[in-house]
Design a protein around this ligand. Sequence first.
Ligand SMILES: Nc1nc2c(ncn2[C@@H]2O[C@H](COP(=O)(O)OP(=O)(O)OP(=O)(O)O)[C@@H](O)[C@H]2O)c(=O)[nH]1
Ligand SMILES: [Mg+2]
Length: 345
Amino acid sequence: MSLFGRFRGKGKDEQAGAADEPAAGAPEASSATPAAPPEKKGLFAGLRNALRKTASVLRTDIRDLFGAEGRLLDDDLLRDVFGALIKTDMGVAPATEIRESLKKEFRGRKVKLEDVMQVVKAKFAEMMQQEHGELIRAESGPTVVMVVGVNGSGKTTSIAKLANHFHHELGLRVVLGAADTFRAAAVEQLTIWAERIGVDIVKGQQGGDPASVAYKAVERAVETNADICIVDTAGRLQSQVNLMNQLTKIRRVMTKLIPDAPHEVLLVIDATAGQNGISQAKGFSEAVQCTGIVLSKLDGSAKGGVVIPIRQQFDLPVKFVGEGEKEADLSAFDPARFVDALFDE
Ligand SMILES: Nc1nc2c(ncn2[C@@H]2O[C@H](COP(=O)(O)OP(=O)(O)OP(=O)(O)O)[C@@H](O)[C@H]2O)c(=O)[nH]1
Ligand SMILES: [Mg+2]
């Protein structure tokens, strides 16, 4: 059964109406051209492509250190393998742990590339391991998903990807809530996505109360018997006390309609933001009760190793990874598949 198998079976012809008014152009949403048809793609198809650069560092850079005959595992080789690992943004402590494992296993012996890669891959798999990676669902009625994170991390785009997956691949009825009333054009950005994907959207005025939009979105989901309600929020930093309190208020109003909502609070983290980005996201996750992570922007950089420090520093499972700017560029995070995409030719 697929990750969302319990949701299957509801026809998308039951889908509630699409966006209720045409969207004004939003510069931030230039990638969302309403004219193009929505793309369809399996949940794992883009992962290998998104991880191409990271895989190349791990496979090619390390392979280049070895001749056909193998090589003596000495300090020089250990240093060079360590250097390749660090390039993936996996962090010094995990890379040191792998280097020490290699040292313990092979030091002073002639090793082949495959021997080293086997150890490296096994350590990656061990470090990425997690439980409860599947989406939390409501026992009955709509599942409410709130999406939070620092500015520009990829929240709105990730919502479009989730909506596309739920609606087009699983045939679910989706209502989006445009509760980022803070940034100019944020509502338009989500509206363009909703139209393009063909899902319902609830919006308020720019500058209006985001909690009121969130309430109305959940209300619409209940009234229309939708399966999923996904609520966008404005980007913010943990240090912005008023904005953080606003998230608490958004949560609170939802519970008036559905006592255990939001069922998921997904924290979106930009994979390319480095250690500083991780620290910011960490502050955030400590201030809000998040339930899972969406790791966006894995494509285009060699930083796919960042999953490891994220797994180690957050007490939260990674649930989805973003692999590009289009609605189909999303995978459910599965550690085994992720490691295979990194290491298998
Ligand atoms: N390459 C790539 N770009 C992405 C991905 N996800 C988001 N982006 C881009 O990142 C930029 C910011 O994305 P948004 O979805 O607007 O981010 P946000 O967190 O909603 O931003 P704010 O609402 O301003 O806080 C946009 O240019 C997106 O196209 C991804 O997985 N890969
Ligand atoms: Mg946004």
